[in-house]
Design a protein around this ligand. Structure first.
Ligand code: ZN
Length: 277
């Protein structure tokens, strides 16, 4: 989960440009509702994409269909200068901002176009997402201002980790994840992240990613541990990785949480890591 600054696309200009590319009667239908759509765009930005603060525009069935199907043009155009490519290039290393552990390959309508056809081609409503996040989210709309998905363009994640990993070293090493309210963090954003985390099944996704990550690191961990069971060397290595991840991926990232939890786990650092094999 990570934030991206909202795209600076000229939204009204993009709407005019898309309208001009459409065939009749969609071109005329989009033109006649352009003013209402422009007003809705301003409302979207003012409400920071929160549907609880917005009312869908009144569009005829034909107008709504024309607005919805305009997205097909956006999806079909994947050229270097296209909106699709422009938005994808703003991701961190191509990773999905909704989960942060899978490559983004689609654009998700933060507010679904089935409910809000006016935002079908609005860049600020089109969030790069992996296939899983996009399809799990589907056409759900917010049930309240906190029972809603994290909006990577408008919800800013702070430097305090709300996503935490719990490490267990028993006969095997297991990693679990949860969202936790922390002092100094707005309760509303914690609730949003909790809803997002549950609905998208991120606990399972992060557990699987963490297990793979630890397996990939096994040789290095074993080397730092050495024959003398040097827990300090292991801890220093994991702390370095945690710092590096925090700087590049943020505090609320599954990998940052993983390295933080492993570095803090005495049993893991003093030899428990050998249970990975
Ligand atoms: Zn994802």
């Amino acid at each position: 989960m990570y934030s991206i600054p909202p795209p600076s696309t000229d939204d009204d200009e993009h709407y005019r440009h898309t309208t001009a590319r459409r065939n009749s009667p969609h071109r005329e239908l989009m033109a006649q509702i352009a003013q209402a759509v422009s007003g809705a765009y301003a409302a979207y930005i003012a409400a920071r994409g929160r549907s609880a603060a917005m009312t869908p525009i009144s569009a005829s069935v034909a107008e709504a269909r024309a607005l919805r199907s305009a997205y097909d043009l956006v999806r079909a155009d994947t050229g270097d200068d296209s909106l699709f490519s422009t938005l994808m290039k703003r991701t961190r290393g191509g990773q999905c901002p909704m989960c942060g552990c899978t490559p983004a390959s689609t654009l998700d309508h933060y507010l679904p176009r089935a409910v809000f056809p006016e935002f079908a081609i609005l860049a600020k409503n089109l969030v790069p997402a992996c296939w899983d996040c996009n399809h799990r989210k589907g056409e759900q709309v917010a049930q309240s201002d906190t029972r809603r998905y994290f909006h990577p363009y408008f919800d800013v994640l702070g430097a305090v980790p709300v996503l935490v990993a719990d490490l267990r070293v028993d006969r095997v090493v297991t990693v679990d994840y949860r969202i936790m309210q922390q002092p100094g963090v707005d309760q509303a954003i914690t609730e949003v992240l909790g809803f997002h985390f549950d609905q998208l099944g991120l606990r399972d996704a992060f557990r699987a990613a963490a297990t793979n990550e630890l397996q990939d690191r096994y040789e290095a961990l074993e080397l730092y541990l050495g024959p003398n069971k040097d827990a300090d060397a292991v801890r220093a290595y994991l702390e370095r990785e945690a710092r590096s991840c925090r700087a590049s991926r943020g505090a609320n990232d599954w990998k940052t949480a993983l390295f933080t939890a492993t570095a803090e786990h005495d049993d893991f650092c003093s030899g428990g890591l050998l249970l990975l094999r």
